[in-house]
Design a protein. Structure first.
Length: 542
């Protein structure tokens, strides 16, 4: 068979592949690379396709798992489906169950769901069109990959002068798969570049009235240092990978890892889901397990720490070539202990510390250590363990001079504050670089129980003033939420010597703050009990 005949055959096969799935249903369907991943994008796709209340928009795999298809379903918009099943569009044009509870490694629907909410289970929408498998069905992926590898070896190790029909088919399919893989890779790269360009820019922080910066703005902005959460909070949501290529040579199955639109590859998802046996298989097949995701530069250990998989950490430790991943930092300077701490996985924290991961590591932007994180997110047991192993971390401060006490006060974790007091009471009396003490933080965030405890243990803090001239009264009235709590805090501290007539360096009073933040009950209370505040001038001191 000469080259022209090969070329014609390839073209015919490609043409039939692209058109066959489109013509086998009674209504029109369209092949797509990705299904919508949210309620909003689902609605936009429905409008684009012209679907309506009687012909509802749907996007699922076709019956052969060779393509994702979107269509206006003539049987309605919302149909209830059983847990433990994904969906496909069957030959008769009916949405059909595809059992997944015994085959998927992760992501199989665990409760009843509506057909127009299939996007909530992305594992049901992630298919390897070459192998005709769901990515979450790893046994299918692996078994079919090995079959292809065997066929490839048979083709090239047999009679080189004999090209029978089976060999020709294998060559044609290999060429087709290669072309499609290349096209997908190019499209993915273009998409990623466009997305990066569209998301550039930095978000600034608001100043208070008259140009006076909030003394707590650095403390309040720390959440932006590290995204999790997946959304995209990836701590809780595990999405399936998007691309795995075919075997590339006859001697060894080599799986090329390609990142999805979140910048994550199959190894990342396997690590986050705790599938260490999948990672082991990938390692045996020469996959790159050192790859970092594109958004946060996180490796498989970081993601395992977020997902709570001690087994993955042990797997990495057991492989000398991978062991250094335990000590790596992500783009924000967080190491694995900090990732495990934030997500509350004490067993992983213990394992990492016992294996030499730096418990004193600080993040790049704010300079937070793992104790700061444990105090901020209320991880009492982890705080207790870290303090037992590294008690000096209590005195360690971030780039703004804030210590563990500030972080505990920020979110009202009184039990953790008591633990810190019992360990090193003196360390908690220290204010930040801007002279912000832990009482100021508790007042600003309206934590009544925390305020009561601090005022009792550290009574002098009630009268302390920051570099900008703010006292606790101004912090109490600094936000418009939780007015009932703020009123209780104000009254309690007034009983303990709070100066309500304090004026900041920019001329702010507690009454002005209350009025600006629409705290009407506090404004009325102050006007009735401290009428002199009404005439207090906003004289600016320098």
């Amino acid at each position: 068979m000469d080259c022209s005949r090969y070329y014609i055959t390839i073209c015919l096969v490609i043409l039939s592949t692209w058109t066959s799935s489109m013509s086998e249903y009674a209504f029109q369907v369209f092949s797509v690379k990705h299904c919508p991943s949210s309620k909003e994008s689902w609605g936009m796709a429905s409008s684009r396709l012209g679907c309506n209340s009687t012909h509802g928009y749907h996007c699922v795999p076709n019956k052969h798992l060779t393509s994702l298809i979107e269509f206006c379903y003539p049987r309605g918009t919302t149909l209830l489906f059983q847990k433990g099943n994904c969906l496909e569009l069957a030959a008769d044009g009916i949405l059909n169950h595809v059992p997944c509870n015994k085959t998927f490694e992760f992501g199989c629907p665990d409760k009843f769901y509506l057909s127009n909410e299939i996007y909530k289970y992305p594992s049901c929408l992630a298919i390897n069109t070459t192998l005709k498998c769901f990515y979450a069905d790893f046994n299918c992926i692996y078994s079919k990959s090995m079959i292809n590898q065997t066929c490839e070896r048979s083709l090239f190790c047999g009679n080189k002068n004999s090209l029978n029909s089976s060999n020709v088919t294998a060559i044609l399919m290999a060429v087709i798969f290669g072309i499609i893989s290349l096209m997908l890779a190019v499209l993915l790269l273009v998409f990623i570049k466009k997305r990066k360009a569209a998301t550039k820019g930095k978000k600034g922080l608001k100043d208070l009235e008259n140009g006076e910066s909030n003394p707590l703005q650095e403390l309040n902005s720390e959440q932006s240092e590290m995204s999790t959460e997946p959304s995209e909070e990836r701590n809780d949501v595990v999405l399936p990978p998007q691309h795995i290529s075919q075997p590339q040579n006859s001697d060894q199955l080599r799986t090329s890892i390609v990142a999805d639109n979140l910048g994550m590859n199959p190894a990342h998802y396997a690590a986050n889901a705790g599938q260490y046996h999948i990672l082991n298989l990938m390692l045996e097949q020469c996959c790159d397990l050192f790859a970092e995701d594109e958004k946060n530069n996180e490796n498989i250990v970081h993601l395992a720490c977020m997902g709570g998989s001690l087994e993955v950490c042990r797997f990495v430790k057991a492989n000398k070539n991978l062991e250094k991943l335990l000590h790596a930092k992500n783009g924000g300077g967080w190491n694995s202990i900090q990732c495990a701490t934030k997500n509350g996985h004490l067993d992983i924290v213990k394992f990492l510390l016992e294996n030499g991961v730096d418990v004193k590591n600080k993040s790049k932007k704010i300079g937070k250590n793992c104790l700061h994180t444990a105090c901020e997110f209320g991880k009492y047991k982890i705080c207790e363990y870290i303090i037992s192993k590294a008690p000096n971390l209590i005195t360690d401060t971030d780039s703004n001079g804030q210590h563990a006490g500030h972080y505990a006060a920020k979110n009202g974790h009184t039990d953790i504050l008591q633990l810190l007091i019992n360990t090193n009471k003196n360390a908690l009396q220290k204010a930040s670089d801007d002279k912000i003490n832990i009482l100021h933080v508790a007042c600003e965030n309206a934590h009544y129980d925390m305020v009561v405890k601090i005022a009792k243990v550290f009574p002098l803090m009630v009268k302390e003033i920051t570099e900008k001239g703010w006292n606790a009264a101004l912090f109490i009235t600094d936000k418009a939420d939780a007015e009932e709590e703020r009123t209780k805090i104000l009254k309690h501290l007034i009983d303990h010597g709070l100066d309500v007539y304090n004026v900041s360096k920019s001329g702010k009073t507690v009454l002005v703050n209350a009025r600006n933040n629409n705290l009407k009950d506090i404004e009325q209370y102050l006007s009735e009990h401290f009428p002199k505040l009404i005439g207090t001038k906003r004289s600016i001191s320098y």
